[in-house]
Write a protein that binds this ligand. Structure first.
Ligand SMILES: Nc1ncnc2c1ncn2[C@@H]1O[C@H](COP(=O)(O)OP(=O)(O)O)[C@@H](O)[C@H]1O
Ligand SMILES: [Mg+2]
Length: 335
């Protein structure tokens, strides 16, 4: 048994499921200036890894680049620079059969369960379509049965199968979206703000379902959220993003007991005011709105809002450094 495992790791030199290396995604900005072309630095030199079996959270305010990272990994958006390695292979180099298999293994659940389902397709057609494309169920007569089983596993009853999206509630639609993602037997799920458009009362039901399915099918998740409470509830590890940059990476329990980055402290104190977690001991003087990803501040992107900034912070970009085991921080004055 031991022999086999070490052989397998010899074949795949990369110990991580995913490795994201110096990823940059720049979009041309819509500006009135015809003279100077501007860019939105949506993701700017981001590196991290995802281990098999973990729930990794991408946390940060709106506009910090979370969705863009998810879309690059799902191969929906090409990177401007940098690489995403899946089991050691650059996903942009995948072709033919390998690409088809990647598209099966990596599934995405979107924030908006209204927009992500085709209003003209019944639940059955919605789930059966990817099954047919990927040839998951060989016997045509078994497809309906397979779909009913899937619906049950996401907590829906059998009679949902012939309904249209408008006949379902938001929570039911998100369950259908989850069933569609699971239908093709994926290995990795990107859940992009999976509950932020749902009523508070049904959020924990969907999050619980995602966690149960993860354990049941041995999945790995990348979960994006602007809400630290959702991250705390679901994630093993989190990455705190701000304006396209990583501020901090930490195992969640460790993060809750101490945040090194002033921005992380700000995020936590914002959640604390919603009745969550302990307030950080020090009151933060951080103010202001999130700056723009079109003209991001020089140096550390958070420095204009940071109560601990020094001159260095406005001149140089702090590198992401490992302060202690599995804890990375990009800050010249970690707290
Ligand atoms: N297709 C696009 N074209 C232009 N700008 C985009 C595009 N997609 C995202 N952006 C911009 O990139 C930045 C990051 O967006 P996004 O990844 O959606 O952040 P988040 O998910 O954290 O809210 C934002 O400023 C957003 O407006
Ligand atoms: Mg988003």
């Amino acid at each position: 048994m031991m022999e086999k495992a070490s052989n397998a790791s010899f074949l795949s030199k990369n110990p991580h499921l995913f490795e994201i290396k110096n990823l940059k995604v720049y979009f041309p900005a819509q500006t009135s200036s015809l003279i100077r072309r501007k860019y939105v630095y949506a993701v700017d030199d981001v590196s991290f890894f995802i281990d098999s079996g973990e729930v990794l959270g991408l946390v940060g305010e709106s506009g910090s680049g979370k969705t863009t990272i998810g879309r690059v990994i799902a191969r929906l958006t090409p990177p401007t620079e940098g690489k995403v390695l899946f089991q050691g292979r650059d996903i942009m180099s995948l072709r033919g059969k390998d690409l088809k298999n990647y598209r099966r293994m990596v599934q995405m659940i979107f924030q908006d369960p209204y927009g992500s389902l085709n209003p003209r397709l019944t639940v059955f057609s919605t789930i059966a379509f990817p099954l047919r494309v990927q040839g998951i169920v060989k016997d045509k007569n078994k497809i309906r049965e397979y779909c009913i089983d899937l619906l049950r596993s996401v907590g829906l009853s059998e009679d949902a199968i012939d309904k249209y999206p408008h006949e379902l509630s938001g929570g039911e639609r998100q369950r259908v979206a989850i069933a569609r993602a699971l239908a093709v037997k994926p290995q990795f799920l990107i859940a992009d703000e999976p509950v932020s458009m749902l009523d508070l009362s049904i959020r924990s039901g969907i999050l619980n379902l995602l966690m149960e399915l993860k354990n049941q099918y041995g999945l790995t998740y990348l979960l994006t959220t602007h809400d630290l409470r959702v991250a705390y509830y679901t994630c093993d590890r989190i990455i705190v993003m701000y304006l396209g940059k990583i501020m901090e990476i930490a195992p969640i329990e460790d993060f809750m007991s101490h945040q090194f980055h002033p921005y992380s402290q700000l995020l936590l104190s914002a959640s604390a005011s919603f009745g969550f977690g302990d307030r950080p001991k020090r009151r933060l003087g951080a103010t202001g709105e999130i700056a723009s990803a079109i003209d991001p501040p020089k140096g550390c992107r958070f420095h204009p809002r940071c109560p601990f900034r020094t001159e260095e912070c406005s001149k140089k970009t702090p590198p992401l450094a490992e302060l202690r085991n599995r804890r990375f921080v990009a800050c010249f004055n970690p707290q």
